[in-house]
Ligand binder design. Structure first.
Ligand SMILES: Nc1ccn([C@@H]2O[C@H](COP(=O)(O)OP(=O)(O)OP(=O)(O)O)[C@@H](O)[C@H]2O)c(=O)n1
Ligand SMILES: C[C@](O)(CO)[C@H](O)COP(=O)(O)O
Length: 227
């Protein structure tokens, strides 16, 4: 019982939410687009805040919407809101800089994965707490994968048994994530990619179908159905 109380609230979660959502089409920043009446960001933060391990949430919002996002999230959880950057990586860096020194475990999520269950947050947090420096949730790839040339002609069929589709939240020992961001010289689509470049072993845990990334209109329709 004491051990449980000691770990509760020891995790900081960064929620980059400053993207424009170009692939979703017109309608404003994606994190503020509505899903059954609530912005995607509200759905995402509600689920993160419901995970018992989470003691700190930092959201990176579009630079012109920081105050609005802070007022939107205030009734849901105690959230720090910072201005995001021009890329996801820059938004994560800005949010990481706002995490209080007391937190040694940091998870990086996406507002776009709005329906991620609290249980997945717990699974990732627990794997980092268990000693892994970097942890990512993954799903097997279900389609046959082809490599093609520039004109679209197939070069080869890739062995999918060794491939995984990667989700968030991705979990890190704080020092690993800080070093990864400091060392990054180019843009990465995820934070684990930066840790890999440092030679850090990245551990995988089973992901969740519910943690789908809402990227295109079809994904939004799927999320509506899931809710
Ligand atoms: N400059 C950016 C770009 C992205 N993100 C966030 O990173 C997450 C994953 O990015 P993605 O789903 O690709 O969102 P967008 O960049 O908004 O999408 P698009 O590429 O279609 O514009 C999202 O929660 C998004 O808000 C961010 O905080 N800052
Ligand atoms: C971090 C991520 O969600 C893992 O799947 C993904 O890489 C974000 O990529 P995007 O190109 O910014 O959507």
């Amino acid at each position: 019982m004491t051990a449980h109380l000691n770990v509760r609230g020891d995790v900081a979660v960064l929620v980059p939410a400053a993207g424009m959502g170009i692939r979703l089409g017109p309608g404003g920043p994606k994190a503020l687009r509505l899903l059954r009446g609530d912005p995607l960001l509200v759905h995402a933060v509600r689920r993160v805040a419901a995970a018992p391990s989470v003691g700190c949430i930092v959201v990176a919002a579009p630079a012109d919407s920081v105050d609005f996002v802070a007022s939107l999230l205030a009734p849901i959880a105690d959230v720090t809101v910072v201005a995001g950057g021009a890329t996801r990586q820059a938004s994560v860096s800005a949010a990481l800089a706002a995490v209080p020194a007391a937190f040694d475990i940091v998870l990086v999520h996406d507002a776009a994965r709005a329906l991620t269950p609290p249980e997945l947050v717990e699974t990732v947090a627990s794997a980092v707490r268990g000693g892994h420096g970097a942890v990512i949730p993954v799903l097997p790839v279900v389609d046959t994968i082809k490599q093609v040339d520039i004109s679209g002609v197939v070069l080869t069929t890739v062995d999918r048994s060794a491939l995984r589709a990667v989700q968030t939240p991705q979990g890190f020992r704080r020092d690993v994530l800080v070093k990864a961001h400091e060392a990054a010289i180019d843009d990465h689509t995820d934070d684990a990619g930066m840790a890999e470049k440092l030679g850090v072993e990245v551990h995988t845990v089973p992901g969740s179908e519910a943690a789908l990334k809402i990227t295109r209109p079809f994904d939004l329709a799927v999320a509506e159905l899931l809710l």
